[in-house]
Design a protein. Structure first.
Length: 539
């Protein structure tokens, strides 16, 4: 349902609009009734209407000024102006404000229903236009190369889960399902037209790669990257057989480029890895292999396994584990943290050497330290001055004790971050309350002004303010102003317009309107009641 805010200074008009139109049948819901433009503007902050129907002539703020301010805040809101015949020329200004509809008074429920039906159809047409399947498909088709390039960049430089990568790959037409993966980086040594030659090399490499059904070829950072994807059909193939197939394809790429382009070419190639998240490591290894092209006697096809010996199953505290641990420390529960640590510790086996395990756990603790710093926590405040986190870890007799030490550190840091976050929330709200109490007499005081003072976004501020105070900021501000106004009415002889100015109202009439709406009586009546109460309490 679309949300509607009705604004008119005449109560019978508002009530008539509510009861005479079948709003539900129009798929519309009234979310607010306001008596003037100022009240409507404040109410719109809370109820976020899709449609605002407003009279043009109202006290405190007329319909055109309301329309202008609403349009500034929300360009998508639909605006309907209600106007009398004698105001028609005035209402023409609404055209410059991009008002969507206007209705001449007096009007019938049928006229308004017809207008709303037309407006709702317009809104639905706008939504349909943005959801037009054919148009989206065409835009999607032309955007595929960019989407694929973005995914490949993510694959090479970020660690995402296999499910995430395969889902995105399916959306942009890349087949990445495979048993093993390898990355090879091809660079040319062309002195003339290097960009043109590189593009030609990509076309040749892609053609050879396709003939071998080896995977995908693409340009990335002034190189040709060859992503090897071992097909699932080769489930019976060994690691060595897969490496041989990849090598044949790479040798054919080099041979073809030399033949057609007549330029020297070098390829650095990684080991094969068993999952898509590990492709990032494979890319890093391929870059390392490529660096060896400067070493005399190296071939044009350089495998990292040939130039750098590395034990299989190397311990890596990779990006995914870092992200998981950081998220658990900053925003997770104790159970989620325990589960994350189980996954991290599961990587360690008896096959790994002591130095590898120590380095792995150092990387874990470094991530914990960074998470604490990013959250504004000092490790010395948590563990005491002079603590030696890494040294203490190495003094422990065995792996289980080291893991327990890491677990204790993580739990303490998580508790401190959680406690600190709650303190930050309360501190922000307390600063906002203090600022509001100090400046409530400013008629221009607003959420935006408070947020500018606190240097935070309005969306973040509104959510934590309401959570802590149980009121919206505008409700709280009105409460402060009304409390102060009542005190001044009870304890001073100030005129109503003077009190209005002191509590933040530029217009005395609007102050009287808000006072009666919130307190139930006018300022004058409230002063009489307060005086009578004082007399009645005298002995």
């Amino acid at each position: 349902m679309y949300r509607v805010l009705l604004v008119d200074d005449e109560e019978d008009v508002r009530e008539g609009l509510v009861v005479e139109v079948d709003w539900e049948a129009l798929d519309l819901r009234i979310v607010g009734l306001a008596e003037n433009g100022r009240e409507a503007l404040e109410m719109a902050e809370r109820v976020e209407p899709d449609i605002v129907i407003t009279d043009i002539s109202m006290p405190f703020m007329d319909g055109l000024e309301l329309a202008r301010r609403l349009r500034e805040r929300n360009p998508l809101v639909k605006l309907v102006i209600l106007t009398g015949y004698d105001e028609f020329d005035y209402a023409r200004q609404a055209v410059s404000l991009s008002v969507d509809e206007y209705l001449l008074k007096p009007f019938s429920a049928a006229h308004l229903t017809e207008l709303l039906t037309r407006l709702r159809a317009q809104m639905e047409a706008e939504i349909t236009e943005r959801e037009d399947v054919q148009q989206l498909r065409e835009h999607y088709r032309t955007s595929l190369p960019l989407l694929q390039a973005d995914l490949i960049a993510t694959l090479l430089h970020r660690q995402k889960s296999s499910a995430y990568i395969l889902s995105r790959a399916s959306q942009c037409g890349l087949e990445l399902t495979g048993r093993r993966y390898g990355v090879s980086i091809l660079t040319l040594h062309a002195s003339e037209d290097p960009e043109l030659k590189l593009f030609a090399a990509l076309n040749i490499a892609a053609e050879v790669w396709a003939e071998h059904k080896a995977g995908h070829a693409f340009l990335h950072q002034e190189t040709v990257v060859l992503l090897y994807v071992e097909p699932l059909e080769s489930l019976e193939g060994t690691q060595v057989e897969a490496e041989n197939l990849q090598q044949q394809a790479l040798e054919n790429v080099i041979r073809s480029i030399r033949h057609y382009l007549r330029v020297p070419v070098t390829i650095g190639s990684s080991r094969l890895v068993g999952s898509l998240p590990e492709v990032k490591h494979a890319y890093e290894d391929a870059l390392l292999a490529l660096d060896y092209r400067l070493v005399p006697g190296t071939d044009s096809l350089i495998y990292i396994a040939d130039v750098e010996r590395q034990a299989a199953g190397k311990l890596r505290f990779d990006e995914l584990k870092q992200q998981t641990l950081t998220r658990c420390l900053k925003a997770g529960t104790q159970t989620e943290l325990e589960q994350g640590l189980q996954i991290i510790f599961r990587e360690i086996t008896v096959e790994h050497g002591r130095s590898d395990i120590q380095l792995y756990l150092i990387e874990v603790l470094t991530t914990v330290w960074k998470a604490a710093q990013a959250s504004g926590e000092d490790m010395e405040d948590i563990f005491g001055a002079g603590f030696q986190l890494y040294t203490d870890l190495f003094r422990l007799p065995g792996l289980s004790e080291a893991q327990q030490k890491v677990r204790e550190v993580c739990l303490l840091v998580q508790q401190r971050i959680s406690s600190g976050r709650q303190h930050v929330y309360k501190d922000i709200v307390e600063q906002a309350l203090a600022f509001t109490k100090k400046h409530y007499a400013d008629p221009d005081l607003s959420i935006q002004k408070v947020c500018a003072h606190l240097h935070i976004s309005s969306g973040y501020f509104c959510s934590i303010f309401k959570k802590e105070v149980q009121l919206t900021f505008l409700q709280y501000l009105m409460q402060i102003r009304m409390d102060e106004a009542r005190e001044l009415l009870r304890s001073t002889e100030l005129k109503s317009f003077e009190i209005a100015e002191k509590v933040g109202f530029a217009e005395p009439n609007y102050f009287s309107f808000c006072f009666k709406k919130n307190i139930g009586v006018s300022p004058k009546e409230y002063r009489k009641q307060a005086a009578a109460a004082r007399k009645g309490s005298l002995p």
